[in-house]
Write a protein that binds this ligand. Structure first.
Ligand SMILES: NC(=O)c1ccc[n+]([C@@H]2O[C@H](COP(=O)([O-])OP(=O)(O)OC[C@H]3O[C@@H](n4cnc5c(N)ncnc54)[C@H](O)[C@@H]3O)[C@@H](O)[C@H]2O)c1
Length: 259
């Protein structure tokens, strides 16, 4: 059996075909976990094969899809220790008056409702064993307004509170629930945040004290910490990994030109 903080542990990571979810799966496997990789994207098979792990390609917003994922984990992995909810979309940018109801529903479905259903499915399996850890991907958009992604920001604010509410529900069973709230991360999703071209990126970086976006591996390291026994006294928290953005006050010096 592999050595490491997750030796012998079983995990599900959603949104694991790429980006943060893939980096989390890689990190957990490197620390000894068996991981079921879940994604709607076809390349989840390749990602899982590269790690020697099982996968399921499915749209988690489809009826019964979340339960099917956990049923597969029961068969392929056995008793579940860790759930990481990373599947998500940013949705189409739209001003308030142009925002379509269907677009709002689509974002809430995957970002919020699937997270809730997956938390329930994980809790059903973890409560009898009185242990487990759940980590949700939140975002700075949960607490900072701006841009034209109203459904995304609202969904992430809800996920932050879902994290706190479910942490309280599950604390009596020794199950911890925490969130990681990144600023912009170098993934396919980030282009939608920074806008097209170098000007958009420059504008975003001009407010990040560390002067750069996060790498997916840096976010994965925090997720792994929260999922591990190193975080045994942390629950209900969302850690904002934002390169110092939220520490920036009105009177702070302008951020130096990034290298
Ligand atoms: N990239 C960023 O800048 C950033 C910042 C803050 C928070 N986040 C959050 O982190 C999480 C991961 O983001 P990322 O940057 O890795 O994005 P990403 O787009 O690279 O990866 C998200 C994955 O989720 C999958 N997915 C989407 N809808 C799905 C569905 N219905 N069923 C199954 N899988 C589905 C996608 O196929 C994709 O592989 C998201 O929840 C996102 O909101 C990202």
């Amino acid at each position: 059996m592999a050595e490491g903080r997750f030796a012998g542990r079983k995990a599900i990571v959603t949104g694991a075909a790429r980006g943060i979810g893939l980096a989390v799966a890689q990190r957990l496997v490197s620390e000894g976990a068996s991981v079921l990789l879940s994604d709607v994207a076809a390349d989840v098979g390749e990602a899982a094969a590269a790690l020697g792990q099982p996968h399921l390609q499915s749209d988690l917003t489809a009826p019964g899809a979340v339960e099917a994922l956990f049923a597969l984990a029961d068969r392929e992995l056995g008793p579940l220790d860790v759930l990481v909810n990373s599947a998500g979309i940013i949705g189409r940018a739209a001003k308030l008056m142009e925002l379509a109801e269907a677009d709002f529903d689509r974002v809430m479905d995957i970002n919020l409702k699937v997270g809730l259903l997956a938390t329930q499915a994980a809790a059903r399996r973890m409560t009898p064993r009185r242990s487990g850890a759940i980590v949700n991907l939140v975002s700075v958009a949960a607490v900072m307004a701006g841009g034209d992604q109203i459904p995304y920001a609202v969904s992430k604010a809800a996920v932050k509170q879902l994290t706190a509410m479910t942490a309280l529900s599950l604390a009596p069973y020794g199950i911890r629930v925490n969130g990681v709230g990144p600023g912009p991360v170098e993934t396919p999703m980030a282009a939608a945040v920074t806008g097209a071209g170098p000007e958009g990126l420059k504008r975003v970086l001009s407010r990040i004290p560390l002067g750069r976006m996060a790498r997916p591996e840096e976010i994965a390291a925090i997720v792994a910490f929260l999922a591990s026994d190193d975080a045994s006294y942390l629950t209900g928290q969302t850690l904002f990994a934002d390169g110092g953005r939220m520490a920036l006050g009105y009177f702070a010096e302008p951020i130096a030109e990034p290298a």
